[in-house]
Ligand binder design. Structure first.
Ligand code: ATP
Ligand code: MG
Length: 293
């Protein structure tokens, strides 16, 4: 979440409301939107060592409680990594650490082999190409699908110029491609607030994609979706794999089964098991934590 994008969105919503007031229409207030905006990447991510993300011995405590406890894991470029684990295992906290929202007490967190993420702020990490999707959809409800995507475009333009910003042809092509990818090509002129829950989630993913992230962190992306929306989200993630690296946290095992290669099981703040879904589901320690101790 970055203040400049929130402000741009707010200005657009305000402009829209003024337009509609002039036309005699009113609109009730919508939810604020926010997500990590990715601007020009300051450096190239070095993945020559075969890792885009590398965590080693990361620890974080909250009031003496070790939420993350010697956590080590790494992700390959283009990989779609699934993370599962019981409530309170530390999955969201791990994403907070990667994105700079929470500072670990100790440990190493690298983006590629040269970027020490612990030296950067949350907005800088977003700018370097790590996009994050929180569980609740956060889109600008009073703007159209098109306007939401346009707003998310990688641009250094200020608020004023962005309000009058016109897409160049490469950006238009990109927007059209993403609309298709997120299954919203037929809804381009619809108000985001009128979309279904699943469509809002896709729109937010589309907004992240507009910024061309190298790594996407998705926290419970299919929670609250219908079965059909969940199936389409699985398809979407499979098309993103390879072009981006993805880390997907989910409790929905049938979804995980459809998309997963390697599954990492977190428990008590560290990796309990890792392997294919079959392998981890047959691991006695995993069965034990899921069935309750
Ligand atoms: N800011 C915080 N202050 C205090 N405790 C926290 C904070 N953030 C997380 N925790 C605690 O850390 C543990 C891990 O929480 P986290 O939200 O990362 O789990 P999770 O694996 O994402 O769980 P879920 O599947 O329910 O989303 C929990 O016990 C939680 O209460
Ligand atoms: Mg969580």
């Amino acid at each position: 979440m970055t203040p400049d994008l929130l402000e741009q969105g707010a200005r657009r919503v305000e402009a829209r409301m003024q337009q509609q007031a002039a036309l005699g229409k009113t609109e009730s207030g919508g939810r604020a939107a926010g997500f990590s905006r990715i601007a020009a990447a300051p450096g190239v991510v070095d993945v020559t060592h075969g890792r885009i993300l590398y965590l080693e011995d990361v620890c974080v405590s909250f009031d003496g409680f070790k939420a993350i406890n010697n956590l080590s894991l790494d992700i390959a470029p283009g990989e779609l990594r699934c993370i599962i684990g019981p409530n309170g295992a530390g999955k969201t906290t791990m994403m907070d650490i990667i994105t700079g929202k929470t500072r670990p007490d100790s440990g190493t967190v690298f983006f590629g082999s040269t970027i020490d993420l612990l030296r950067y702020t949350e907005p800088q990490i977003a700018q370097m190409g790590i996009g994050r999707k929180f569980q609740k959809p956060t889109v600008f409800e009073q703007l159209t699908v098109f306007e939401n995507l346009e707003l998310a475009l990688k641009t250094d333009k200020g608020v004023k110029s962005s309000m009058f910003f016109r897409l160049d042809s490469a950006a238009s092509d990109r927007l059209a491609e993403i609309l298709h990818t997120i299954h919203l090509a037929d809804s381009v002129a619809r108000m985001a607030g009128n979309l279904s829950h699943g469509q809002k989630q896709w729109l937010e993913i589309g907004m992240l994609l507009m910024q061309d992230p190298k790594l996407l962190l998705l926290d419970e992306p299919v929670a609250g979706m219908t079965d059909e929306e969940t199936a389409r989200t699985a398809e979407l993630f499979l098309t993103l794999k390879g072009k981006h690296s993805l880390m997907v946290v989910e409790h929905d095992m049938s979804f995980i089964k459809t998309i997963s290669e390697i599954v990492t099981v977190l428990c008590d703040g560290s990796v309990l098991a890792q392997g294919t879904l079959d392998q981890v589901q047959n691991d006695e320690r995993v069965v034990e934590v899921y069935l309750g101790r």
